[in-house]
Design a protein around this ligand. Structure first.
Ligand code: PGA
Length: 251
């Protein structure tokens, strides 16, 4: 069956020293604990190797927030999937709305990134979600379906089975405006039906679909109680150990 997962997305926050301290705190909080979900932190590239040396990855998974769409070569400033893997990280967030919005990522570049992630044994946490205007003009189902079809439906069933999906309505990210648990459930069930149509019910039932967007300890339990919500991708609230653990313990 599919896993419950709570993953932190630190975004462009924390210095190396602050990040290592936060990761150690989360690692410490998980020692001796038996959370009902897998726990992952996705951190800036510069922090990966140092954090890897400090945490027990059996308890706390480690991931990057992005990777390049090329293998290697003359791409100044980029960080490849193999570089990420060489730090000890095993996850990578791909297609986050901030990457799509501010850095022009398209389904085409994301297909390249996904292929490179798989080549380097990184598990993708793949983000999808509509902007406010699309929600308001009721094209949100269409938009999300298209994002999935364009970037993911060229994958084999085996590859698709390794993807963790994160539904993040853009209007809920960092705004304090969470989707209601019913809105999340409605979209997650729809996403699962789209997957089932393409890969069959078994693959769909085994896919973890996380919710992201202003998830916090006070609303996590209600969201996670929904049958198709398998956890969360947590931005702001993952930058504080107590609030992140509050979400982990919401299961
Ligand atoms: P937020 O971000 O929890 O700060 O809204 C979520 C995300 O963008 O992954």
């Amino acid at each position: 069956m599919r896993k419950n997962i709570v993953a932190g997305n630190w975004k462009m926050n924390t210095t190396l020293q602050e990040g290592v301290a936060l990761a150690k705190e989360v690692n410490e909080a998980l020692k001796g604990a038996t959370p009902k979900c897998d726990v992952i932190i996705c951190v800036p590239f510069t922090h990966l190797a140092s954090i890897n040396a400090e945490i027990d990855q059996n308890k706390l998974g480690l991931g990057a927030e992005n990777c390049a769409d090329h293998k290697s070569g003359a791409y100044t400033g980029e960080v490849s999937a193999s570089m990420v893997a060489s730090t000890g990280a095993t996850y990578v967030i791909l297609g986050h709305s901030e990457r799509r919005q501010y850095y022009g990522e398209t389904s085409e570049t994301l297909r390249e990134k996904l292929a490179l992630a798989f080549e380097n044994n990184l598990t993708p946490i793949f983000c999808i979600g509509e902007v406010l205007e699309e929600r308001e003009n009721e094209t949100h189902f269409e938009v999300v379906k298209k994002q999935i079809e364009e970037a993911l439906f060229n994958l084999s069933a085996e590859e698709f089975g390794k993807v963790i999906l994160a539904y993040e309505p853009v209007w809920a990210i960092g705004t304090g405006k969470t989707a209601t648990d019913d809105q999340a459930q409605e979209m997650h069930a729809f996403i699962r039906s789209v997957i089932a149509e393409k890969y069959g019910k078994e693959v769909a039932d085994n896919t973890s679909i996380l919710y992201g967007g202003s998830c916090k300890p006070s609303n996590a339990a209600a969201l996670f109680a929904k049958p198709d919500v398998d956890g969360g991708l947590i931005g702001g609230a993952s930058l504080d150990c107590a609030s992140f653990m509050g979400i982990v313990n919401a299961f």
